[in-house]
Design a protein around this ligand. Structure first.
Ligand code: SF4
Length: 487
């Protein structure tokens, strides 16, 4: 997610490069909304940033203010309508555009409120994401109060994880939930301001880091400068998984370099779960810093044993059954001459379902490894995330039904070790009280509603009359079978 207010700059191109730097946070769809002060134009589509935008499109997006988004879905299907920025017309101006990183947990209640307020009926109503619901509610509220006051009224009613960027024709807004689950930072350009999900995106567009958007803070930026308001008291609970996997290594969150945290996790992993081996190899990319830390602490040489194809994303080319069977090889290929005859330590960031690691261990043995010791830079994922990561249902999590030795046998490794939660938290250098670690320990810092009021396809399910809905609503549906798939 990215936003820029910079008169005189090519804001759409800056946003494109910002999104390019943030591609890892969402690969299903990309979009940019730009305004020249009189109207908002939104261009979005399914696909990677580089697939959605070209020179011609970017040159046509002119203005002084832009926001952009790359989508990773946690509520709502992967459809064009659910791509962001989502857009709603308003009575006070031409409209408002919004991008959201995170996932709300009171979507069902908000939907009921939106219906009461008659907020769902205007353009964009085919979307089925919690983000579009927020956009619709903001647009409705803005009719009375203007957008800034509307945000100050609405934001305290949202529950869950939300880092937001939104804009009308004149003003760029950024807001972060009171827990600050997902990162959001503020940067300065010579002639303007930037907000971005990660500090790495500031670097890439030449902006200097100013500070993080505080949990519970709303920032507004326009020709009068920058205004900051509090809509809720901060109760920081940053996502600890950002340090393990989600964020780029060249990003800093809450003052801690993600790369340094990952190296430290690897060091602690080596202390907690040593191995007799000849070589430490990472599962690239997110396992790399932890593998370096493991090698440093253990004294075992570090090497590259797997080559990653970085360009495997959503290609929209449906793989045939034969190609599908290649599975992991589409992403990773072993360097046989490095691996052959070695006792390997393989460092990966996490195990969710276990399928990847099972295929990986088999592939390394086929490539000639004589022992494979798997080390994981996070504790076992035992609980689903409801705050912006679509891990799997609890039943699908391999650590849900098995102990560590059971998982070792399931993936076929000679030994398996996970870093402890204490070790992970210490490596993040954050106080435990300021972190969310619910997927590891089940302690959800933001209360969850009944199961019937949650689920990725909640809004589609409600429309179909399932998932506990009382009656149909305007939002489109995509199949009742989807609706029963809950985290
Ligand atoms: S449940 Fe896990 S992935 Fe989700 S916000 Fe908490 S720490 Fe992050």
């Amino acid at each position: 997610m990215f936003g820029v207010w910079a008169p005189g700059e090519e804001v759409a191109k800056l946003t494109f490069y910002g999104l390019y730097a943030l591609q890892h946070r969402g690969q299903e769809a990309a979009g940019i909304a730009v305004t020249d002060g009189s109207q908002i134009v939104v261009f979005k589509d399914l696909g990677l940033v580089s697939q959605v935008f070209d020179e011609q499109v970017l040159s046509s997006l002119r203005g002084h203010l832009a926001i952009g988004h790359t989508r990773y879905s946690t509520t709502g299907s992967t459809t064009w309508e659910n791509a962001q920025p989502t857009f709603r017309t308003t009575q006070v101006g031409s409209g408002l555009a919004l991008g959201h990183n995170g996932n709300l947990v009171n979507t069902a209640d908000l939907l009921a409120h939106a219906r009461e307020a008659g907020a769902l009926g205007n353009a964009g109503a085919n979307a089925t994401s919690d983000s579009d619901l927020v956009c619709a509610l903001l647009a409705a509220e803005a009719a009375d109060a203007g957008l800034e006051q509307a945000a100050l009224r609405l934001l305290p009613t949202l529950r869950g994880a939300f880092s937001l960027v939104f804009c009308d024709e004149s003003t760029l807004y950024a807001a972060r939930d009171p827990q600050g689950v997902r990162p959001l930072c503020l940067g300065r350009l010579e002639r303007g301001w930037v907000v971005a999900s990660e500090t790495a995106a500031l670097d890439i567009v030449g902006a200097s880091f100013v500070r993080e958007v505080e949990p519970g803070e709303l920032i507004a930026i326009d020709e009068d400068g920058l205004r900051s308001s509090r809509f809720a008291a901060p109760e920081p609970k940053g996502c600890v998984f950002e340090y393990v996997y989600l964020a780029r290594p060249d990003t800093t969150i809450a003052g801690r370099s993600v790369h340094a945290a990952r190296v430290e996790i690897g060091r602690r992993l080596a202390e907690e779960h040593p191995a007799e081996a000849d070589l430490v190899i990472p599962v690239p990319e997110s396992g790399t810093p932890a593998a370096i830390g493991f090698a440093q602490a253990s004294g075992i040489p570090y090497g590259q044993g797997l080559v990653k194809n970085s360009y495997v994303g959503r290609t929209f080319i449906e793989p045939s059954q034969t190609i599908r069977q290649l599975g992991i090889r589409l992403k990773l290929n072993p360097l046989r001459e490095v691996i052959r005859g070695k006792r390997l330590v393989v460092v990966d960031d996490s195990i969710v379902r276990g399928n990847t690691q099972r295929a990986l261990v088999r592939m390394l043995r086929e490539a000639g490894a004589i022992e494979v010791h798997v080390r994981i830079a996070s504790p076992p994922v035992r609980w689903p995330c409801f705050y912006g990561i679509d891990f799997a249902s609890r039943a699908e999590l391999v650590a849900n039904g098995l102990d560590v030795d059971g998982i070792r046998r399931s993936i076929g490794a000679d030994s398996l070790g996970y870093v402890s939660l204490d070790g992970l938290i210490a490596a993040s250098e954050q106080p435990r009280t300021r972190l969310c670690s619910a997927c590891f320990d089940g302690n959800y810092p933001i209360p969850l509603p009944d199961e019937a009021k949650m689920g990725k396809f909640l809004l589609e399910g409600i429309e179909k009359g399932v998932a506990g809905a009382a009656e149909p609503v305007l939002l489109n549906g995509y199949g009742a079978e989807d609706a029963v798939r809950r985290p």
